[in-house]
Design a protein. Structure first.
Length: 207
């Protein structure tokens, strides 16, 4: 069985390729050719949650299961809030083909899903993005949106000003476009062509 670490996956997967794969998978699902079990959710002690997802794409010769834990309290521990693993199996023999670190897979797949939606639903000339959130998922939302839209500037809205500023600087370097921290969230939304919300906030972030 092949074992792939996060570093391995970062070397072989890019936003454009994952977006194309997700779009094909959505097409298979829409045609009723992607059987999946309902997502299993098991509460963990002290507020965490354990998630299990199983699905198949017979046409793409794929059968997989992903396990995720999400623990909000990990922020204070200096640990990732999300840990995940993925097992890919042969749909004919059932033999395990690969075991993968799935934190990266989850982040880029989620970003790719938003990019597929933007590809079809946003104006093709969308150039300004308002991004609520300054964490791991926000990064992948922006990386994937940049792959399908002619983005020229990004406004970041975050609860922690220092974290938002560090995120903006990192994304400015990674994406090669101006990325600034928004001082007025209403103005950021009003001036945006696309708004992405990558936040665990339990309250609405804008009206």
């Amino acid at each position: 069985m092949l074992v792939l670490t996060r570093a391995d996956l970062e070397r072989v997967l890019d936003a454009a390729g994952v977006i194309a794969a997700v779009e094909r998978a959505f097409s298979e699902a829409a045609a009723g050719r992607a059987p999946a079990l309902p997502r299993a959710v098991l509460p963990m002690a002290k507020g965490g949650v354990f998630l299990g997802m199983i699905s198949a794409l017979p046409k793409m010769h794929a059968l997989g299961a992903k396990l995720i834990t999400f623990v909000e309290a990990n922020r204070k521990r200096g640990l990732p809030t999300l840990h995940a693993s993925y097992v890919l199996s042969d749909p004919e023999t059932g033999a395990p083909l690969a075991f993968m670190e799935a934190g990266f897979l989850t982040a880029i797949r989620t970003g790719a899903a938003s990019a597929v939606a933007a590809k079809y639903l946003a104006r093709p000339d969308s150039r300004r993005v308002a991004c609520f959130g300054a964490g791991v998922q926000a990064e992948f939302q922006l990386r994937c949106l940049k792959a399908v839209l002619p983005i020229e500037s990004i406004a970041v809205v975050g609860r922690d000003p220092a974290r938002a500023q560090a995120f903006a600087e990192r994304m400015r370097s990674a994406l090669g476009v101006p990325v600034e921290v928004a001082r007025d969230r209403r103005a950021a939304v009003r001036e945006a062509d696309v708004v992405t919300c990558a936040t665990t906030s339990s309250r609405p972030v804008f009206a």
